[in-house]
Write a protein that binds this ligand. Sequence first.
Ligand SMILES: Nc1ncnc2c1ncn2[C@@H]1O[C@H](COP(=O)(O)OP(=O)(O)OP(=O)(O)O)[C@@H](O)[C@H]1O
Length: 502
Amino acid sequence: MERTAGMRAEEAVLRVRDVTKSFGGAAALKGVSADFLPGEVHALMGMNGAGKSTLVQILSGVLSPDSGHLEIGGHTPRNPRQARRLGVSVVPQRRELVMTLTVAENIMLGDLPTSGPVVRWRSIRQTARDALHALGLEIDVDAVAGDLTVAEQTMVEVAREVRRGGRVLILDEPTACLGPEAATQIRELVTRLRDSGVAVVFISHHISEVLGLADRITVLRDGRVTWSGLAKETDERGLVRDMVGRDVVSRRPARTAEPSEVGLSIRRLCQGRFIEDFDIEVRRGEIVAVLGPAGDAQSRLFDLLSGRRRPESGTVSIAGRAIRSGSIDRSLAGGLRCVTGDRRRLGLIPGLTVDENLLLAQDRLDRRKLHRWGRLAERAAPLRDDYRVVSLVRNPPVEQLSGGNQQKVLLAKWLGTGPAAVLLEDPTNGVDVAAMAEIHTLVDALAAEGVAVLLASSSAEEVMRLADRVVVVRDGRRVAEHRVDDITRDELIATTLGGALR
Ligand SMILES: Nc1ncnc2c1ncn2[C@@H]1O[C@H](COP(=O)(O)OP(=O)(O)OP(=O)(O)O)[C@@H](O)[C@H]1O
């Protein structure tokens, strides 16, 4: 049943009417209408695969609707270039900056002012500085993009798009995997954009964030709008019902198991300024979280534990046996499974099907060289079921899955291989509220089976829900440790930001 609130459609800068879109005969959007108003933050919400990204691709001219239409100031864009010229810009999840160029060069890319054959560098830097200042951003225009934090990279992309005349700015999960401080900075930027008259389209799976930030919310389910209205007219429970169709409960289970032997031990690990003399011990059946500002220790920890990179010094042991560092095979053979937070770059193999990706890790461990095609679907089926991987067609190339479903494939691929210890980097990155609850239950179950779980999460909520202990890291060093039962979420965030050693 569709619930809608009154709209000022005549003021809309971007209008969508009855849009449908199918892939391979299966409908991803089934008659979606929405209006996007200047000076409003309009959140798109919905479960994984509900159709949010498909709608965004239609808004930005990447895809054409099968039927229905889209209108910006009386025009219908036919491709991304036209959409951009009409003022519609997308800041995607994957950063699109040229990482080797400076902030100023990135902001001005494609629009470098020249005098004859000479590029006017001073003017470039000044214009870029003005573009950042107009949005209240203090970022060094001479910094190289690759040296910025993820939040700063998002800010630079936003400044570039606004300077190019973006009137409708679509931000696709801009706070995913950001720590509390960086996420707040992005939300403040969104508010400033809104106040300057931009129509902001904001995608997020975080309900409290959306309720605190959005003026209007449109909820999609299975390609249809199930609710659209003012944020103040709904609440968490209403949104969950509109997204999922039922209530979702996620509770921390009582963990009564006595501490058992050490499952994963890290001793005096060092890697540049990112990891300094890092010690941690995780017992079998325990979940220990590492929480710190995004971009530093967590991804280095992944590189070192997975064997992608050799540490400068220090040891990693599983059940008392040291693993030879710098070798992915040794790390796997030792029983350690590392689930990356960067599924696009490191996690999944595009071009291979969902089932192949699901079985890749298992086959590598079994040294299985050839798939028996007939058995592939049968072997993958339990993993698909346990992790509720949903796709429109049965077994598409993995990149055609929605983002949240790709994340489920990544988790299933590694956690289905009987690990002794795991490192989970932002395990619920991009997944919807129902899948998040299910993944948390699966992680609880891993711990209950005696796996040592090390969780590198940017989300304080996730740490509070899953972990027994949390280690706070800043500048590569451990600055505090808490039992989760002894601390509130707000105290945890405060120690992450200012963290005194306790
Ligand atoms: N190019 C494509 N080919 C085939 N199917 C596709 C393609 N793009 C999207 N789909 C399918 O369309 C459906 C909607 O996907 P979409 O990415 O829009 O969902 P979403 O709401 O953005 O999900 P998420 O929250 O997981 O990002 C999914 O079932 C997805 O597998």
